[in-house]
Design a protein around this ligand. Structure first.
Ligand SMILES: [Zn+2]
Length: 222
């Protein structure tokens, strides 16, 4: 096993603890995967393992058809959806799936989360869209994710009656999108209880998004 894969297994194992820390998962229902740079492989959570029992060694390696390449356990039941996203979106280096409460409540109503917070404009560049209803198994969930995300700047999609899938340049970025998705889903839900949230003008969404994506934060070291 290469050092790159070993490190990625450590990273993805540790990132699952962030799903727990941010209260995005119940029991074992949520998973993180990460693409192996330069290879047609990704690493993902094994199926049915409790988060506290996850170790880097228990994280499994799959090819882009979702077939197990290395590991002692069966891959997550969501592996086909992750694999489809990696096949179709070469820029994606990480995928996360959760049933986080507030975001899934929007998905249950088949309602996109409107862009009514500057933090949403920053992170998502607009609404967080809803993808189609799809049964697990085969490529239907993956197709719904990719078709919906391709029409939006959002790195998060609410799959109708199901939950959240997020993408990122790496696994950590996809986890961040899952955390932020739940955060804004909750705030906009609360706002809705008190009245009708006020939309942000598209030109303002565009400038917030461009600033945050290109200027905000520390310059990355070379
Ligand atoms: Zn699910």
């Amino acid at each position: 096993m290469s050092a790159v894969v070993r490190r990625l297994r450590e990273t993805v194992s540790a990132l699952h603890q962030e799903l727990v820390r941010y209260n995005l998962v119940a029991w074992t229902a949520g998973n993180v995967s990460g693409r192996v740079p330069g290879e047609d492989l990704f690493v993902i959570k094994p199926s049915g393992v409790m988060y506290e029992d996850l170790t880097p060694e228990s994280i499994v390696v799959c090819d882009l058809d979702g077939e197990l390449v290395e590991g002692d356990l069966a891959p997550s039941s969501d592996t086909a959806a992750h694999a489809y996203v990696y096949r179709m979106m070469p820029q994606v280096g990480g995928v996360v799936h959760t049933h986080s409460t507030y975001a899934s409540a929007w998905a249950a109503r088949d309602e996109a989360i409107p862009c009514v917070l500057t933090a949403m404009a920053d992170e998502f560049g607009g609404e967080i869209p809803v993808g189609p209803f799809a049964l697990i198994g085969g490529d239907d969930i993956g197709k719904g994710i990719v078709a919906t995300l391709e029409g939006h700047r959002s790195p998060a999609v609410l799959m109708r009656n199901h939950g959240v899938f997020t993408i990122g340049a790496d696994a950590r970025a996809a986890v961040k999108a899952a955390v932020m998705c739940e955060d804004v889903a909750r705030t906009v839900h609360v706002a809705r209880q008190l009245g009708e949230p006020v939309p942000i003008a598209q030109s303002d969404i565009d400038s917030l998004y461009n600033r945050y994506q290109n200027v905000y934060g520390q310059r990355s070291p070379r």
